[in-house]
Write a protein that binds this ligand. Structure first.
Ligand SMILES: NC(=O)c1ccc[n+]([C@@H]2O[C@H](COP(=O)([O-])OP(=O)(O)OC[C@H]3O[C@@H](n4cnc5c(N)ncnc54)[C@H](OP(=O)(O)O)[C@@H]3O)[C@@H](O)[C@H]2O)c1
Length: 186
């Protein structure tokens, strides 16, 4: 049994409950990950509120990192003890441990902490598609980024600055301005 945050009905933060759940052994193509860090994202509130409908009851949380505890049949590219990170479905990273499709686990390279990996998977890939694929930002250009001190914003502004882009950011408080200022004009 592990502790996990789950919800049985949609609503405000009060619907989230700490529960004991059975994780079980990984099936074919799965790995069991013992979390050492997880990421929190604005999308978690969409799942919790029902804006993005989920089957009930549900876990919550879209990114995490940890250590592989066990692997199921057919998983030969991961071994017990590997440090891994992930994002995406199935939702449910707010838990001490969980099962996850092994082919969507990324081995964490040396020099990247579990906390860094857990917090950059969804936010980092979101930033990657926005600034490279939705629009390929280039050195010398200027980008306006709203919520520059948010999870996505902090990664995006630093990445854009590294590309040579001038970043203008908006934030909701002086405290957030301090966080965002190293990479953006606020
Ligand atoms: N996390 C991801 O990977 C991801 C992926 C796809 C899409 N998105 C979208 O990108 C946006 C930012 O996500 P995030 O994870 O970076 O969020 P976050 O870290 O929670 O930051 C959200 C920020 O948005 C600003 N904001 C503006 N209007 C708001 C409102 N009505 N309620 C609450 N906050 C408001 C606030 O900053 P100020 O006070 O500075 O304005 C707040 O700190 C969200 O719309 C999210 O759905 C995120």
């Amino acid at each position: 049994m592990v502790k996990a945050i789950r919800f049985h009905k949609t609503g405000g933060p009060e619907v989230l409950q700490l529960e004991d759940i059975a994780v079980g052994e990984p099936g074919a193509g799965e790995a069991r990950v013992r979390h050492t860090a997880i990421g929190v994202n604005f999308i978690d509130t969409y799942h919790r509120s029902g804006l993005y409908p989920m089957p009930m009851p549900s876990g919550i949380g879209s990114e995490g990192a940890g250590v592989v505890e066990a692997v199921g049949a057919g998983v030969d590219f991961l071994k017990v003890g590997d440090r891994v990170a992930y994002t995406g479905n199935p939702i449910g990273s707010y838990a001490e441990a969980r099962l996850f499709p092994a082919d969507r686990l990324v081995k964490i390279p040396e020099g990247v902490s579990d906390q860094q990996a857990a917090s950059m998977m969804l936010k980092g890939m979101t930033t990657q598609y926005l600034i490279h694929r939705t629009y390929a930002a280039k050195a010398g250009e200027t980008v306006l980024w709203h919520a520059a001190a948010g999870g996505v914003g902090l990664i995006a502004c630093q990445w854009l600055k590294a590309l040579g882009v001038t970043v203008i950011g908006t934030v909701g408080s002086d405290e957030k301005a301090k966080l965002a200022k190293p990479a953006a004009t606020i």
